[in-house]
Unconditional design. Structure first.
Lengths: 229, 227
């Protein structure tokens, strides 16, 4: 088990290095976050919405923007694996598909979480909404949703990576399957915005956890099949 | 003479890509310590056979039995990461294989001067040397080389041949080599067996531990057919 975890650690380091050298995922996430926030801000202000309405639509806008920006940004996440077919070298070295998948999920979760925090702040700025009181709770919701999102997108990015249409294919196949994450994230954010805390007995964290578990089980079992010839 | 233990047994393997049948019920066995040259025209199925043996491609039917999980594979793809440096690449594969000898391998293949440069900035020949280092890491018992000399200059080729010779003469467990190549001039002298592939099947086999004369005869026949 320790050996298995050590290998996972080595792979996480590799994923981090690759992303650090290219900065593709982070640049795309940050650019999309800024772009979508400005567009949403401009749209809301031109619609002349009152403060109360803008506050009510904040959770929905936040999650629509987060989902869109995440799914459109990961299309190139597997490019470097495919360029030199490094993943085949790893498979030959005895690394399992599950380890490769989990390493990608960890690094993706990290980047999605940072992008989520950035989005929360940018959208709050665009809609003139004060989120300082709920920022900590929002970040926890964001990290939970980011890891669920990463669990599914790491698998689907691998499935779509061999297609010439991956840029279009990935958002099309992932957005419908990600609906539970969207719904859970939005409902929890709504509760935080309206009440300042999550309601006792709220089912959404459990539903999010179930969705994440489902994605992860699928990813661990299918990732190797998805990347192999 | 006692037969060497079998390292590889390929039985009735078929592989198709769409409507193209690349391997047609191909069978091949290799014993420990053999150096098998796989020769054949382009499209004969050499690369596909090596990928199936390595476990990177699934056969449509038939079976591949390997007596070892320690497999080294050098292919047209280097199985490396262009954005990582030579050191980072080799250390990555050495770490996951728990191979400690990567430093010696890097210096034997004369990569020490470029060890901190990104792989993508190196010439094709130097990249191929890094690919050789990766394939030979962790003392693999079965080493598959697909056109290993195609990007190598004289120096690189002699380093590769030296490394192959080293694996054959040192240690208790000798490595078995399967080498798909068109470079008969440089690779034939080290072969202990020649297998000719055509149209997805074995059409000639010199047999294990063949004499130089038999190997030359099989290769002459192959050259004649492909003239």
């Amino acid at each position: 088990m320790i050996r298995w975890l050590r290998t996972l650690g080595v792979l996480i380091q590799k994923e981090w290095r690759l992303e650090w050298r290219s900065k593709e995922l982070f640049t795309l996430l940050a650019c999309n976050a800024v772009l979508f926030s400005v567009l949403v801000g401009a749209g809301v202000s031109s619609a002349v919405l009152d403060v109360a309405t803008a506050e009510k639509i904040y959770p929905m806008l936040l999650w629509v923007v987060f989902m869109l920006s995440s799914t459109t940004s990961v299309t190139r996440f597997n490019e470097q694996e495919l360029e030199g077919r490094g993943f085949e070298g790893l498979l030959l070295s005895g690394v399992s598909g599950a380890q490769m998948y989990l390493a990608k999920v960890v690094v993706m979760t990290l980047f999605f979480s940072v992008s989520f925090v950035l989005l929360v702040l940018l959208l709050a700025l665009s809609l003139d909404k004060d989120v300082s009181g709920i920022l900590g709770s929002l970040c926890i919701v964001g990290i939970g949703a980011s890891s669920a999102l990463a669990s599914l997108l790491a698998l689907l990015a691998a499935v779509a990576s061999t297609s010439k249409l991956k840029g279009i294919l990935l958002p099309i196949i992932s957005l419908p399957v990600l609906f539970p994450v969207f719904l859970c994230g939005m409902e929890m954010t709504m509760e935080l915005v309206l009440n300042g805390a999550l309601n006792e007995g709220t089912p959404w964290p459990i539903i999010l956890l179930c969705a994440e578990t489902l994605y992860m089980v699928a990813g661990i079992n299918l990732f190797e099949m998805a990347i192999k010839e | 003479m006692e037969a060497s233990p079998r390292v590889l047994d390929v039985k009735d393997v078929t592989k198709t890509f769409g409507s193209l049948s690349v391997l047609k019920r191909l069978s091949l066995s290799c014993g420990s310590g053999e150096v098998v040259l796989l020769v054949g025209a382009n499209g004969a199925g050499k690369s596909t056979l090596l990928r199936v043996i390595a476990g990177l491609a699934r056969p449509d039917s038939g079976s591949v039995t390997r007596a070892t999980m320690r497999i080294g594979f050098l292919s047209h793809h280097l199985f490396l990461y262009g954005r990582l440096s030579v050191r980072e690449n080799i250390k990555l594969f050495a770490s996951v294989q728990r191979a400690s000898e990567w430093n010696e391998l890097v210096s034997r293949l004369e990569l020490s001067k470029v060890v901190d440069r990104p792989l993508s900035e190196l010439s094709k020949g130097m990249q191929a040397r890094v690919g050789i280092a990766r394939a030979f890491l962790g003392d693999p018992e079965l080493i598959l080389l697909d056109e290993p000399t195609s990007n190598l200059d004289e120096k690189g080729t002699s380093l590769l041949l030296g490394e192959i010779e080293r694996r054959r003469s040192e240690g208790d467990a000798r490595s078995t080599f399967l080498i798909a190549t068109h470079d008969l001039h440089r690779m034939a002298p080290i072969a202990t067996r020649v297998v000719v592939l055509a149209d997805g099947n074995v059409v000639a086999d010199s047999g294990a531990d063949a004499s130089r004369e038999i190997i030359s005869r099989v290769l002459d026949r192959y050259r004649e057919v492909n003239r």
